[in-house]
Ligand binder design. Structure first.
Ligand code: FAQ
Length: 356
């Protein structure tokens, strides 16, 4: 079948299918309640804790503490906003990519980031919040997005450095989130991580090509790595001692590793990759520590991280202005989609078969 060459699903039968899904969900809820009663932990809090202790998933239909729900909404929304705002630094290079092939790859990558935003907003919505509400919180500055997207992309090599370092850091951070205790977030992360791996490779390949090109291209690649290294280390958040959410998030198995543990893992991974690229990591104190079996390295400037998070980075204003403008420009699309959905719902109601 090609394009529109298929008949639309029969609305009555899709209604019946949804009824079947609803009935199956109700049966699952009842089965879960029976299992709890049999196990003797009829209290929802006990059930929640036993699910977490057994490394199982909390699902939207399950009872969960309000704090757990709120913490997930905060993290997932911030993550979703990051994917959407994160389209800007690289989107800036789509029209200037050096070849048709590079342009096509970059277009696909930036579109993937939009898709990640959508999976994540959808995961957040299973927690009883509305996407519109979350977007509003971003636009009025009450929710954040990752600090990394407040740095400028000055040359084509920055697209390579973002792929290698920023997507690389995102993978190190997000692979453990595939085992997060909240089912919809964990499942969204599996798909996101698969796509991020491709993103990282394309960045690495851009840098590899530049690093093995003319002296000018090589210098451009090194300059990009010099500028993106420390902001990438800062992506993992404040040091453990200053991390406000880590203790709770780790007890709830939302986060599986601390900010510093993931940062270390990232540094250890990058050293060999930089050698293979033939590029230098801009840290004179980077050296292998035999005792710790890990690299010693210079920490990023956490005061700078806090300034950027609070809105005072090189591109914060520009990023938010662009997002507000894009949101306003898209108003007619949202209105049209809502009108169409209302029309379909009205028609489905009119045609709904009367129950016998
Ligand atoms: N930027 O107590 P913690 C990507 C905030 S996606 C901004 O340690 P937590 C893909 C934190 O929210 C990148 N804010 O917090 C891509 C909290 O403030 P709050 C995004 C930061 O949650 C690639 C406060 O500081 N990834 O790159 C940052 O336990 C290329 C205290 O911190 C995710 O969101 C920061 N760097 O740990 C797309 C992953 N760090 O909320 C396009 C999911 C900390 O109390 C192109 N998130 N803060 O006001 C996480 O894993 C966690 O939320 C952390 C922070 C690790 C980011």
């Amino acid at each position: 079948m090609y394009g529109n060459d298929f008949s639309p699903p029969d609305e009555v039968s899709s209604g019946a299918l949804l009824d079947q899904v609803e009935a199956a969900e109700a049966e699952l809820r009842a089965a879960a309640a029976r299992a709890r009663a049999q196990a003797g932990d009829a209290e929802p809090q006990d059930h929640f804790e036993s699910v977490i202790a057994a490394d199982q998933k909390i699902e939207p239909r399950d009872w969960m503490p309000e704090d757990y729900r709120r913490s997930l909404v905060r993290q997932i929304a911030q993550h979703a906003h990051s994917e959407i705002i994160g389209m800007q630094p690289e989107g800036n290079w789509i029209t200037r990519a050096p070849s048709l092939k590079r342009k096509a790859i970059l277009l696909a990558k930036v579109q993937d980031e939009a898709g990640h935003g959508l999976y994540l907003y959808a995961a957040a919505e299973t927690l009883g919040v509305d996407r519109e509400e979350l977007v509003e919180l971003l636009l009025n500055g009450r929710q954040k997005y990752s600090s990394i997207f407040n740095y400028p992309t000055l040359t084509w090599a920055d697209v390579g450095a973002i792929g290698w370092l920023v997507d690389g850091a995102a993978i190190v951070n997000q692979v453990p989130l595939c085992r997060c205790s909240y089912g919809p977030y964990a499942r969204a992360m599996i798909r996101v991580c698969k796509e991020e791996s491709f993103h990282q490779r394309q960045g690495y390949e851009i840098l590899h090509t530049l690093a093995h090109g003319t002296p000018g291209q090589r210098a451009m690649a090194q300059d990009a790595v010099d500028r993106w290294w420390y902001p990438s280390l800062a992506m993992f958040g404040p040091p453990d001692a200053d991390s406000t959410h880590s203790a709770k998030s780790m007890a709830w198995k939302i986060k599986r590793f601390s900010n510093d543990d993931l940062r270390q893992r990232f540094v250890d991974m990058c050293v060999q990759q930089a050698e293979a690229l033939g590029l230098r990591i801009p840290d004179p104190d980077l050296r292998w520590n035999d005792e710790r079996q890990a690299y010693d390295y210079t920490q990023p400037d956490y005061d700078e991280l806090m300034r950027v998070i609070k809105g005072d980075g090189p591109c914060n204003r520009q990023r938010m202005e662009h997002r507000r403008r894009a949101h306003a420009d898209g108003a007619w699309v949202r209105e049209a989609a809502a009108a169409y959905a209302a029309k379909r719902a009205e028609r489905a109601q009119r045609e709904e078969p009367v129950a016998a």
